[in-house]
Design a protein around this ligand. Sequence first.
Ligand code: FAD
Length: 382
Amino acid sequence: MRSKAEVVVVGGGIMGLAIAYNLARHHGVREITVVEKSYLCGGASGRNGGGVRAQWSSGVNVRLMRESIALCEDFAREMRINVWFRQGGYLFLARSEEKRRALEASVAVQREEGLKTRMLGPAEAKKIVPELSVEGVVAASYNPTDGVVFPWPFVWGYAEGARRLGVEIATHTEVTGFRTKGPRIEAVETNRGVIETGAVVNAAGAWSPQVAKMLGVDLPNRPHRHEICSTEPLKPWLQPLVADLGNGLYFSQSMRGEIVGGISNEQVPPGLNMDSSSEFLRRYAKALTELVPRLGQVKVLRQWAGCYDLTPDANPIVGEVDSVERFYQASGFMGHGFMMAPVIGKRLARLIATGEEDPLFSQWNLRRFREGRLLSEAMIIG
Ligand SMILES: Cc1cc2nc3c(=O)[nH]c(=O)nc-3n(C[C@H](O)[C@H](O)[C@H](O)COP(=O)(O)OP(=O)(O)OC[C@H]3O[C@@H](n4cnc5c(N)ncnc54)[C@H](O)[C@@H]3O)c2cc1C
């Protein structure tokens, strides 16, 4: 492992790898080390549903995700890897007047930003997915350019792309502490040696508060277990990812034919827990077969869990902190960090390399919590 680097990235998930790749590819930073305590795909980036959408309630999120989807469309060619990107749309379902109003407000924002999202009635939603039982559904929204990817090759694509540009990726290597002089970082300590550096990116996902704490920075993020499962492969029949805003159920069909999905559960206590439970399967199966009765016969082949990285206002924490120089945050991405990584990687790399604040996400700075400038986002699944 290098003993000296221009930038050290803590965390080899999609966020850390996307930032490292963009620093090397677009800003000529050559000496970058990504330190990953586990294997690639060991964190949330290898455990998620691969959903990619521009249907958000805030203009910033819609704009960022439009850009991210364009990057996803080009990813296979740029990285020379098949990421199974399929744009079958996202279909959101509302079951109350309150949710319908929230959907309508979000759709208005999306259309102002140039998306072709449409509000639909239950019968129109059924035209898109004829197998749905739309009893109790009052409205839906649909954007045809949303889609799904297979997360693992996406992670491997960034990793291989970064390696080709000279980025070092040290797996099974844990950051254990930092050496500082006043507000400056001088080195990163790991269980495999010390790396001298003046710039560190905290991209440790749900572990980010632990890493920040090593530099005396308190992040308000909370880890929260989310479970998910995959069925036997079926003939292709489901185009969009379906998300029910009533109970937090979501599911899509992968290009390999599996139905991949989960359901939110607010009863799960916060914590870095990645165990699987039979309670999840029971809740998920009940909600899924109520919505799509024909799925009652399908067999679940695999279930697993990962951690969402939650923030108090459902918006991420990105950019430099005030108390430590060149200590950059890229965390708090809830259940949508995978889809945001291409655009955040590109834009945060620019901030790190040039020092220029990004007007799109300057509002995501950590100091907003101290200053009481909390943000909001209504289109959260889970
Ligand atoms: C069940 C589930 C479904 C999801 N569905 C979607 C979805 O459909 N679409 C979407 O966009 N997002 C989804 N997400 C969220 C998404 O997976 C995350 O937001 C995203 O992967 C976060 O990426 P990351 O790189 O920040 O974190 P991670 O992938 O968790 O990477 C952080 C890495 O840091 C490493 N690390 C931690 N501490 C240290 C240390 N001290 N030293 C070295 N390394 C360290 C960890 O081992 C880990 O690999 C889902 C998440 C879950 C759990």
